[in-house]
Design a protein around this ligand. Structure first.
Ligand SMILES: Cc1cc2nc3c(=O)[nH]c(=O)nc-3n(C[C@H](O)[C@H](O)[C@H](O)COP(=O)(O)OP(=O)(O)OC[C@H]3O[C@@H](n4cnc5c(N)ncnc54)[C@H](O)[C@@H]3O)c2cc1C
Length: 407
């Protein structure tokens, strides 16, 4: 394959940066990934400035294996323990030429042909662009004020439990819980609340809070479990989309990636999947050369971001406690998804189609395929006859439905 340049640099070595690094490795002689944290050699939780309190089940293991695969690519270097500073440009500011990188030894400028900013939702590219005279991207926010409290547990020997229990928020109770089976017989217990509510700070308080809506066997298992660490907390103010694809002017030699473009309400677990789809778009864009690269990439990234945004925002706005304008499309979408979930309770084909869309494997439009609409109508008619019209799940209750299906 033709080389696009000598050296590309990816800023940030979380899942976004690691996935992004693979694409320029095909078309640049060398790729350096710079990360301020010191990266663990194994599958350990590492310090995250934004979420050091949070345990994410399987995340350390997943990130460890992605990192291991990236390290195995011969022309990629991971430079951890280095803090990224300002970008450098040509005198006319039309092209980014490198980035300042600091470590204990001091600050140096790395001169490169391409900079990919994957430094997460706090990335400073908007401020950098403003300083260079490009202005900032338009930002869209949906304020959710999610507070997570989590604790790692070991269940008492022999406790029967599903692999995963997820109970979502419902109107009138903007809170839910999760219990994830993790490696080495450990479990992650999380209670999340939205829209100004906060889960109790202690484990006993968290268990009492979920008693009202969690199945009895789950509550009993939580009460007899052995805690393996402190209760940890993470706060997430809003879903945030920086619309780089709408910017009229953008410097050459710079791209933005992953959460630095769009960070989603983590309740729906979409960010890593979107970053993976963006990585494939980046690969395809780089294979077509460097001309108009940023516009082509931002336009391509808009598609998976838009699909995930629609699902996340639609689910958030199904809760009256979350503020924000509900378009007719959102209302109709939520009403239909509630019926899809109702039909999914008894129809594995509907489950399969719904999971493919919610996992971003298929676009949301696939839920409107006439054959599926037919199954949804039949499923809802049968459900109505059976239950006498009992209330349906709301989209944010997806987890409840999935948990029920696994049982
Ligand atoms: C609580 C929580 C739970 C989540 N759960 C899920 C889930 O279940 N499924 C899912 O798909 N997604 C989930 N996500 C989202 C997921 O973590 C992100 O979408 C994914 O990590 C991709 O983000 P990123 O790599 O672009 O940015 P980030 O993960 O934010 O990484 C940014 C990286 O840049 C580094 N960095 C920042 N500033 C500097 C600097 N100045 N110099 C050098 N390095 C710097 C940081 O140390 C970090 O490593 C969750 C997020 C949160 C907060």
């Amino acid at each position: 394959m033709d080389k696009t340049g000598d050296h590309a640099i990816v800023l940030g070595a979380s899942v976004g940066g690691l996935l992004a690094a693979r694409a320029p490795a095909e078309s640049y002689d060398a790729v350096t990934v710079v990360e301020r944290d010191v990266l663990p050699s194994g599958a350990e939780n590492r310090r995250f400035r934004d979420r050091r309190a949070t345990y994410v089940p399987s995340r350390p293991l997943l990130e460890h294996h992605v990192r291991r695969r990236v390290r195995a690519i011969p022309n990629i270097t991971l430079l951890d323990g280095h803090n990224v500073g300002d970008l450098t440009t040509t005198p006319d500011r039309r092209r980014i030429t490198g980035v300042q990188v600091g470590s204990r030894e001091g600050v140096r400028t790395m001169t490169v042909d391409l900079v990919v900013d994957a430094m997460g939702r706090g990335a400073r590219t908007p401020a950098g662009l403003e300083k260079l005279g490009y202005g900032r991207p338009v930002e869209e926010h949906v304020v959710v004020h999610v507070v997570y409290r989590s604790q790692l547990l070991r269940l008492a020997p022999g406790t029967p439990m599903e692999k995963m229990v997820l109970i979502g928020a419902v109107p009138g109770r903007p809170a839910g819980m999760a219990l994830f089976g993790y490696e080495n017989g450990t479990w992650l217990f999380t209670v999340a609340a939205m829209a100004g509510r906060e889960p109790p700070p202690s484990r006993d308080g968290m268990i009492s809070a979920v008693e009202a809506y969690a199945p009895d066997h789950v509550v009993a298992a939580l009460r007899t479990a052995e805690p393996l660490g402190e209760v940890a907390q993470h706060k997430f103010p809003s879903s945030q989309w920086r619309h780089y694809e709408r910017m009229r002017r953008f410097p050459d030699g710079l791209l933005v990636f992953g959460d630095a473009i769009c960070s989603f309400n983590p309740i729906y677990g979409q960010g890593m999947t979107v970053a993976a789809v963006e990585a494939m778009s980046l690969r395809d864009c780089l294979r077509r050369g460097e001309d108009d690269l940023s516009h082509r990439f931002f336009r391509a990234a808009k598609k998976p971001i838009g699909a995930a945004w629609q699902l996340a925002i639609g689910s958030d706005l199904a809760l009256p406690e979350v503020e924000g304008p509900r378009s007719v499309q959102t209302r109709l979408g939520n009403a239909y998804v509630a019926r899809v979930l109702a039909a999914a309770e008894n129809d594995p084909v509907v489950v399969d189609r719904f999971l493919r869309v919610s996992s971003l494997m298929d676009p949301p439009g696939h839920l409107m395929h006439p054959a599926l609409v037919g199954r949804v109508c039949i499923g809802n008619l049968r459900r109505h006859r059976r239950t006498g019209g009992a209330p349906m799940a709301v989209p944010s209750e997806i987890g409840t439905s999935l948990s029920a299906l696994r049982r």
